[in-house]
Structures are given as structure tokens and as C-alpha cells.
Design a protein around this ligand. Structure first.
Ligand SMILES: Cc1ncc(COP(=O)(O)O)c(C=O)c1O
Length: 547
């Protein structure tokens, strides 16, 4: 039986019973046995009816709830209430209906319920239990859905957190890497710094070593025994040179309130001290060297001494001269058996060329001053002076390249350090003085000077520079007028012609005579080569002053 058929049956049955029930109650007559049976049946039917009604109500309630979403949340309460009501006693229900609701007959109640709830179709099943199950399933589904949603959210949150954590760990790793990099960079910077410092230190050490080496190289005087060199030269050259006088000068001694001795190297063979050194050098050559061609460059006293020595010793020699050399100087050299060649206009360039030629042709170059044998030979002046002058307080020496003063100072200082050695130079060409002041050999131009014999530069690396640095106590620089005055005075007071370089010591003494008071002073007159033109110039200046 379907729900509709069953409902129709109930309606008919109730209508019948209602009619009977009304009559019975109204009459209130005693009940007969047949009637008793009928009443029992009626009661049973009523109970059945009530049960159906309750079920219908529940079903309708369920449908209504399913239909109206707004009351979905209350479904469990209603469902529970429904069950309670199903368990209530009939009397309670009737009493409740009488007090709360308008009094309706059963068919009316059913009718109302049926109007509110649409009839279920056959496909929907029309069974209340099935609906309840569906609801529960839906509820479970929703719960599950909710659970799933919650789970998904939780998972997403977890995923997000993990991602965040991963990001943070990446950032951390990057930071660590950065720190490492910085650390590495720092280490590299520190290492670089350390390496650079050690390189710098090593460089400085090497520079210091090189300076020391250079000092040793350019300071061979530490290993040189100049005294021995001079003494050896003395033995070597003695028979080839003249012992020049060390004449006391009453005039200059009075001028300076001291004892002045003039060491007259202007009287030496060839007219200057130069023969001492040059002869020592030539005589010191090996047999093989003596057989080779000897070469030098000088238009002055060195050239004359070289030419003299080469001829005297039977050697072969070439002298290079600057193109502008005067005919008088050229003629002076013509008497010796040497070859004269000309190169350039500057003495230094001429000298450089001579050195190149010697190297190129395997000739033996004979230097003018930068050579130990030359110095040693010049030093023999000291040996003579020591013999000639009882007590020497100061020696004034003309200086050019420094060969003469090196030999004299080297020897005398080895005997007595207190002997004062004074270098004398023209202001117009004071290369040695300026170089010592500067601490290194200077390349500097010289101005024209009466002291042409000493004028000119110093060869780089010359040993004379260090010897002068060590042994020369003072320098006195003189003007051209002072040189001229000295030349004139030597002529006037001592009746001798001396050249400008030879007069440097005299000019220097006169310039600083006060400082020599009471002392024994030696003035080295180094050379005699005076041209007629220069002589005229010197005499005329004196004549003008006297006029
Ligand atoms: C006459 C004269 N005096 C002094 C000197 C300077 O000698 P040194 O170059 O050895 O210093 C020279 C140089 O040639 C000279 O000829």
C-alpha cells in the first residue's frame, strides 16, 4: 500500500468512528458485551490512527525542514522532539492540544498537515526513514566536507608555513653564504694585505741590500789602502818625475800671519802634477797592455803628460781633442810621437768617444783622474811634502775631477788625520763641491773660467767622489777676479807664471787667510800652462787698477 491509499483508508475509517463515538458519549448508556468488543476495537483503531498521525507529523516535519533551509540547524532538536512526542501518552497529547491549539477534528488535523507538505512522489520513495537516513548522510557528508575543508585549510596553512620556512632557510643560507663571501673577501683582503706587506718588506730589504752593495761598489776606498798605493807609486815613478820644491812664501805668510809653503808643481816635467799620475799608470800597465795602442782625451795637462810618458816609455798612443782646441795647445803636443784626433766640441763628448773607440778597437784607455794608479801617482806629492815641511796643518789643493786631492789627502790623512785638507774650486765650475753637498755626483754645466784646467764634470761612479767625501775637510770657492789676483801676485811676488787652475789654492788662501793664522799651510801650485792671451788679460787688469 502506498502512502496516499493508506491515508484515504484512514480518513474513511475515522469518519465512521466519529459518527459512532459522538452518539455513544452523548447517550451515556451502559455498555453491552458486543458493544464492549466494539469499543475495544474502536480504541485500537484510535491508537493506530494516533500512531499514523504521529508518523505523518514527523514525516511532514522532516520534509518541511528539508524544504526550508532556514531551519536546517534546528533539525536535530525537531527530530529528537519528534521521538519524545512519539513516546508520550495519548492523554497528555490530547490535553496539550486542548490547551494550546484550536480544537480540530482528526480529519481536519490530517488535512492541515497534508496541505503544508507536498505529496511525495513515487520516485522520492515517500518513506520517512529513508529521508532521515539521507539527512543523516547529508549531515555526515557536510561534516566530512567541513572536516575535509578544515583539513585542506590546515594542509594549505602547513604548506604555507613550510614554504615560508623554506624561504627563510633559503634567505638564511644566502645570508650565511654572504657572510662566508664577506669572510672570504675579508680573508682575501687580509691575505692580500699580508702578501703586499711582505712583498713591500722584501722589496725594501732588497733595496737596502742593493744600496749597501752600491755603497760598497761606489765606496771601494774601504778596501783601498791609499797610503800603500802612494808609496808604491813613489817607487814606480820616482826616477821619471821631479821632486818639486815646497818654497816658503814670506809674502803670503805675512798676509796670513802664518807659514805658507808653495808646492811648485808648475815646475814639474810637462808643466803640471799630471805627470805623476799618468806616469804611474803607464808604468803599471802589463806587458801585453804596453804593446797595445793607448788612448786618451785631453787638450790640457793630462794630454801633455800622456804624450810625454808614451814617448818616454816607447809606447804607442792616440789623443782625442775637441775640434775647437787652440793651435798653441795642438802645437805643444806635436813634439811628442802621439797621434792627434779631433772629435766634437765638448770635452765630455770627446772623452766619451775616446772610451768607445778603446772598447771598439781593444785599445787601452788611460783616464785623466778616475783611476787608482793616477791617484796614487798624484799622492807622491804628499810623500815629498812630508819630507819638505816640518809640520803640516793644512793643505790647499785645486780640484777638478778630484784625482790630485784624492792622492794627497789619502796619503797625508793616513799619516795624520788632523792635517786639514781643503778643496779649492772656481765658483764657475764647482762640480765636486756641489756633488758632495748633494750627496751624489751631479751633472751640471760649468761657466767659463780662468781655471780651465780644473773645469768640467765628474764621471758617474768616479772613485774620487767618495775619497773626497771622506777626506776633504772643507771647500773654498773663488771668483774669477780672485783667481786673476792670485795669478798676478804669484807673478809679482814669486816671479812665476802659473795657470788659472794652479792659482786656485793661492786665491783660496787669500780669501780665508784669517783662519790659517799661526799655522803651517801648504798651497799646491798645480800647473803652469798659461797662454799669452790670458797673461795679457791678467797683466792688463792689474795695470788698469794701478793706473
Ligand atoms: C793645473 C791643474 N790643476 C788642477 C787640476 C785638477 O786636477 P784633478 O782633476 O785631479 O782634480 C788639473 C786638472 O787637469 C790641472 O790641470
Amino acid at each position: 500500500m502506498n502512502k496516499k491509499d493508506y491515508s484515504d483508508v484512514c480518513k474513511k475509517h475515522l469518519q465512521d468512528n466519529d459518527e459512532k463515538d459522538t452518539s455513544i458519549h452523548d447517550e451515556e448508556e451502559p455498555i453491552e458485551p458486543d458493544e464492549q468488543d466494539q469499543l475495544e476495537m474502536q480504541e485500537e483503531e484510535e491508537e493506530e490512527k494516533e500512531e499514523w498521525e504521529e508518523e505523518e507529523e514527523e514525516e511532514e516535519e522532516e520534509k518541511g525542514l528539508n524544504h526550508d533551509d532556514s531551519v536546517k540547524d534546528h533539525k536535530p532538536e525537531i527530530a529528537e522532539g519528534g521521538k519524545e512526542r512519539a513516546g508520550e501518552k495519548k492523554e497528555d497529547r490530547e490535553q496539550e492540544q486542548k490547551s494550546e491549539e484550536p480544537i480540530l477534528t482528526a480529519p481536519e488535523t490530517v488535512k492541515v498537515v497534508h496541505e503544508q507538505v507536498p505529496e511525495p512522489t513515487e520516485q522520492e520513495g515517500g518513506v520517512a526513514e529513508h529521508g532521515q537516513e539521507q539527512n543523516q548522510e547529508a549531515q555526515i557528508e557536510r561534516r566530512e566536507e567541513k572536516e575535509e575543508d578544515r583539513q585542506v585549510k590546515e594542509d594549505e596553512e602547513k604548506e604555507r608555513e613550510e614554504e615560508e620556512e623554506e624561504k627563510l632557510s633559503i634567505v638564511h643560507e644566502q645570508e650565511v653564504e654572504e657572510v662566508k663571501k664577506v669572510d672570504v673577501i675579508d680573508r682575501k683582503v687580509i691575505e692580500k694585505d699580508v702578501i703586499e706587506r711582505s712583498i713591500k718588506e722584501r722589496k725594501e730589504e732588497k733595496i737596502e741590500e742593493k744600496i749597501e752593495e752600491k755603497a760598497e761598489e761606489s765606496d771601494p776606498i774601504e778596501n783601498i789602502d791609499l797610503k800603500k798605493e802612494v808609496e808604491r807609486a813613489e817607487k814606480t815613478i820616482r826616477k821619471h818625475i821631479r821632486e818639486t820644491p815646497a818654497d816658503h812664501s814670506p809674502f803670503f805668510s805675512r798676509e796670513g800671519d802664518c807659514n805658507v809653503y808653495l808646492k811648485l808643481e808648475n815646475l814639474q816635467l810637462t808643466g803640471s802634477f799630471k805627470l805623476r799620475g799618468t806616469m804611474n799608470k803607464l808604468l803599471s800597465l802589463s806587458k801585453k797592455e804596453k804593446k797595445t795602442i793607448l788612448i786618451t782625451a785631453s787638450s790640457g795637462n793630462h794630454g801633455a803628460a800622456f804624450a810625454y810618458g808614451v814617448k818616454k816609455l816607447g809606447l804607442r798612443g792616440i789623443i782625442y781633442l775637441p775640434g775647437h782646441t787652440s793651435q798653441a795647445k795642438v802645437d805643444a803636443l806635436k813634439y811628442y810621437d802621439v797621434v792627434l784626433k779631433f772629435f766634437g766640441t765638448d770635452c765630455v763628448k770627446t772623452e766619451e768617444h775616446a772610451i768607445k773607440e778603446a772598447v771598439k778597437n781593444s785599445f787601452k784607455y788611460i783616464p785623466p783622474y778616475n783611476d787608482l794608479k793616477i791617484i796614487g801617482g798624484h799622492g807622491t806629492i804628499g810623500i815629498e811634502l812630508k819630507r819638505q815641511v816640518e809640520r803640516i796643518d793644512a793643505v790647499l789643493v785645486p780640484v777638478g775631477g778630484g784625482g790630485l786631492i784624492s792622492g794627497v789627502a789619502g796619503y797625508l790623512k793616513s799619516l795624520d788625520e788632523k792635517i786639514e785638507i781643503i778643496g779649492c774650486q772656481p765658483k764657475n765650475s764647482a762640480v765636486m763641491y756641489e756633488s758632495i753637498k748633494a750627496g751624489k755626483i751631479l751633472e751640471m754645466e760649468s761657466l767659463p773660467t780662468l781655471s780651465d784646467g780644473s773645469a768640467g764634470g765628474i764621471e758617474q761612479g768616479a772613485i774620487t767622489f767618495n775619497i773626497c767625501k771622506k777626506y776633504v775637510d772643507n771647500f773654498i770657492l773663488v771668483s774669477e777676479e780672485e783667481i786673476k789676483e792670485a795669478m798676478k801676485l804669484i807673478l809679482e811676488k814669486h816671479f812665476m807664471l802659473i795657470e788659472g787652475a794652479g792659482a786656485l789654492s793661492v786665491a783660496s788662501f787669500l780669501k780665508a787667510k784669517e783662519r790659517f793664522k799661526g799655522k803651517n799651510v801648504v798651497l799646491i801650485i798645480s800647473g803652469s800652462k798659461l797662454t799669452l792671451d790670458t797673461l795679457r788679460d791678467v797683466i792688463s787688469s792689474g795695470a788698469q787698477e794701478n793706473a
